[in-house]
Ligand binder design. Sequence first.
Ligand code: ARG
Length: 310
Amino acid sequence: MKIQTLEKKLQVTTAGDTTNQVAPGDEVFASTQFKRPTFLMCAPHWYDVRYVINPWMAGNVSNSPRDMAFHQWNGLYRALKNLGDVRLIHAKEGSPDMTFVAHGAVVNYGVAALSCFAHLQRTAEEEYLQTWLEDAGFIVWRSEGLPLEGEGDVLFSPDGKRLWAAHGSRTSIQSHQRLSNVWHIDVTSLHLVDPRFYHLDLCFVPLSGGHVLYYPGAFDRKSLARIDEAYSLRQRIAVTEEEAVQFCCNVINVGSDVLMHASRGSVANRLRAAGYRVSEFPLGEFVKGGGAAKSLALRLSDLSVTHRQT
Ligand code: ARG
């Protein structure tokens, strides 16, 4: 869909909901239909480490028992359901990484920017997810061939006013400006320089309370300066390399709750000290594939709903 067309479409509400309808021409966006924090998850029916497209998968090929993965996924699913709604998309046979559904798109105001995966192994997920998103009422925008990996590399600030977008091995820098046009908001580009942190969601997360949880070693100097400019020292929660490799930044944030992979180190307690309610889950089977909590859930509700304090 062309951007102009999309911009016009954004003047009306999506998903058949008239509650937030705005008159054509209003300088406001439509909203998603979700009134509670809502996420999309995909059970690991076909999950497997079957190829190597990131450094974490090396050495783990065919080494992730699916019953254990299911058990771990279920713990996270149940916890997220306690905080809001979880929609499910069926896993697709032949797409063993589909359980990492957060990388399939990035969503706000009823618009889903669909991913264009860098690796052939994940491209079959695109059309499958597109159908689900359209059936759910989203307007789907495509990057027309520019590599882009959804919430893996693109994250909104909690007020929805800024996009943080990474480029490195997965998402192209050219896609950033296009995304900024889609939502008419500023985009801040960050350059990922450590192959272990091939996605932004492994080393950076803006949190609802105005903090950022991040691993400085994953970024180049310019990117660090941009982070420093946006967040005061008090707002920056930097993790050590040892914590970062346990995917401590790959967290789901709903209101003041944080769901994360159980890990050694002080991150959970530092988050608690900053005012968050932290729950930890063993997600080791997914670490073998290169992801943890955040990568297993795609945010569908607008940020104002997702982060409403309860
Ligand atoms: N195997 C998947 C991939 O490499 C894992 C994705 C999980 N990544 C993450 N950013 N948490 O695409």
